[in-house]
Design a protein around this ligand. Structure first.
Ligand SMILES: Cc1cc2nc3c(=O)[nH]c(=O)nc-3n(C[C@H](O)[C@H](O)[C@H](O)COP(=O)(O)O)c2cc1C
Length: 306
């Protein structure tokens, strides 16, 4: 990257060196990917979803391929918030990149407790996952009602020492209403989309392909849905948006920015190509040079809608 273009983004008051961050649950805590590239090249790293206590996740099979995407029902497997702070955060802090901690709780109080511990430990942003489709308690049950999104946002905002971003579920009728509920309680940003609830069935055995029966659909197949929802959210709220869902190329990321995102997340694409996030950053830079765009922030929301 040369300095003829400005890829910096100020997001919820925090400066990101470029708009590309990894999406929660698709990048672990960064260790495996650090063997492929320097994590300091990223705008930010978002952690696997953290819970108050360690979780083993759901039984296998919990991953299945689908056309242009995948279904997962991993179910928030993680070592718990304290083990993360002790064993994983020091590794991530060695890099010159922003650290976003993704959290999931069973009650508003639990979310707030985690936010307090993590913000005290030095993460840059708390991403509040109210949208995991793969756990019975916590997760999506919060994200599909404006009222519970308000309750969780209020509780977390009270105890977090760093900006709070609410990760919205696409499994709702009106994304604008939910985004407004988060903004109304002081959320500093929203991120979207989490996975779309889906299902596949093995016609030989007549069993669902996932042991959880249903799972979350991600990858290239969901990009149009994600773009539509980011665009709708952009028109509903003033707080910045981290847009993700199916971003696989620099061109996809540019679409995400044009739709209204200030940052873009890369998830499933990293599974097929570990360096995807870096290629996507370079793709955005190439688009900017080709089109004479000096600052990446000028792209945000600049779709010329009919
Ligand atoms: C295997 C897997 C695990 C995920 N785990 C989490 C998680 O722990 N917390 C969360 O908020 N989102 C989680 N997600 C959702 C992603 O962060 C992202 O929102 C979604 O996959 C859409 O982006 P993509 O199409 O680029 O993957 C997970 C997605 C996948 C595929």
């Amino acid at each position: 990257m040369s300095d003829d273009i400005d890829m910096k983004v100020t997001f919820a008051g925090i400066e990101f060196k470029n708009p590309v961050v990894t999406a929660s649950g698709t990048f672990g805590f960064g260790r495996e990917y650090a063997e492929y590239f320097d994590l300091s090249e990223l705008g930010g790293v978002c952690t696997k979803g953290l819970t108050l206590k360690a979780r083993l996740g759901n039984p296998p099979p919990r991953i299945a391929e689908t056309p242009m995407g995948m279904l997962n029902s991993v179910g928030l497997q993680n070592p718990g918030v304290d083990a993360f702070i002790e064993n994983e955060l020091p590794f991530l802090k060695k890099y010159d990149t922003r650290v976003i901690a993704n959290i999931a709780g069973e009650t508003a109080e639990e979310y707030a407790e985690m936010a307090q511990r993590l913000s005290g430990a030095g993460v840059d942003i708390i991403e509040v996952n109210v949208s995991c489709p793969n756990v019975r308690e916590g997760g999506m049950q919060f994200g599909v009602s404006a009222r519970s999104v308000s309750d969780v946002t209020r509780a977390v905002k009270r105890r977090s020492g760093v900006p709070v971003m609410i990760k919205l579920s696409p499994n709702v009728t009106d994304i604008a209403e939910i985004a407004r509920a988060a903004e109304g309680e002081g959320a500093d940003a929203v991120s979207l989309i989490n996975t779309l609830l889906g299902m596949r069935i093995d016609i030989k055995t007549r069993r669902p392909v996932l042991a959880n029966n249903t799972g979350g659909l991600s990858g290239a197949a969901i990009l149009p849905v994600a773009l539509r929802m980011v665009w709708q959210a952009r028109r509903a709220v003033k707080i910045p948006i981290l847009g993700m869902g199916g971003v696989t190329s620099g061109a996809d990321a540019v679409e995400m920015l044009l739709a209204g995102a200030s940052l873009t997340g890369v998830g499933t694409a990293s599974f097929t190509h570990p360096g995807a996030a870096i290629d996507i950053r370079e793709g955005i830079a190439a688009y900017m040079r080709e089109n004479g765009i000096g600052a990446v922030s000028d792209l945000t929301g600049s779709v010329e809608a009919y």
